[in-house]
Design a protein around this ligand. Structure first.
Ligand SMILES: [Ca+2]
Ligand SMILES: [Ca+2]
Length: 220
């Protein structure tokens, strides 16, 4: 009896372990709880500040590429003194972003591209691998974003959020939160589930038979 329970428990634990692999927490202070520690900021006419548990990038007067930048894994000068090494399970880069349009900018004539947030992955050893993993229009409805990192596993990289001030007539803001690296859920193979559910069925039969025998013994 005890052996069967132990076997069943072990299989259940193994099943959960397969379907819920541990994720690696490679991003420092991705929740921006009290400040921007762990991150470097670079500004080019805009601003990058902590506010109420978020990292807030804002464009400023006139137009400028990389108006405000928030980066981790690098100090913004591509020295890569603290790159993020992506482990075998670090295959999703996720974050939340809330966008808002600020006041009109008297130095912008309008009619150009909308202000936008670019998300970059910079490789510490090979710049030919640098990849813009997203360009998000600053008028995008608030949302959560997820990007596949599986082709960068084993690389040491930096992640950079870069708000560009375009000639759209307005200034913009992006409030970032919950920046993290996660493991993709691993689907459990169908054959394995059939094996586990079969064991549950056997276990049920075994319990029913033992219950029936106990009742019969009591009645006799
Ligand atoms: Ca501007
Ligand atoms: Ca603008």
């Amino acid at each position: 009896m005890h052996k069967k329970y132990l076997l069943l428990s072990s299989l259940m634990i193994a099943s959960f372990a397969l379907s819920n692999p541990a994720s690696a927490a490679s991003i420092i202070n991705g929740n921006f709880d009290t400040d921007l520690s762990g991150w470097s900021t670079v500004t080019n006419g805009g601003s990058a500040q902590w506010d109420a548990g978020k990292a807030v990038l804002s464009t400023g007067s006139d137009v400028a590429a990389q108006s405000s930048v928030l980066v981790q894994g690098d100090d913004g000068l591509f020295s890569f003194s603290n790159p993020i090494t992506l482990g075998a399970k670090d295959n999703l880069f996720k974050f939340d972003a809330v966008f808002s349009v600020l006041a009109t900018d008297a130095l912008e004539s309008g009619g150009g591209f909308a202000d936008n947030l670019q998300v970059w992955l910079y490789d510490s050893m090979d710049s030919s691998l640098d990849t813009r993993i997203a360009t998000i229009d600053a008028a995008t409805f608030n949302s959560s974003f997820s990007f596949d990192l599986s082709s960068f596993i084993g690389r040491s990289v930096a992640f950079s959020f870069e708000l560009n001030d375009e000639n759209d007539g307005f200034n913009s803001q992006a409030a970032l939160n919950n920046v993290r690296i996660e493991a993709s859920p691993v689907p459990v193979p169908g054959a394995w589930w059939m094996f586990v559910t079969g064991l549950f069925g056997l276990s049920g039969n075994w319990l029913r038979n033992n219950l029936k025998n106990s009742i019969l013994k009591t009645l006799n």
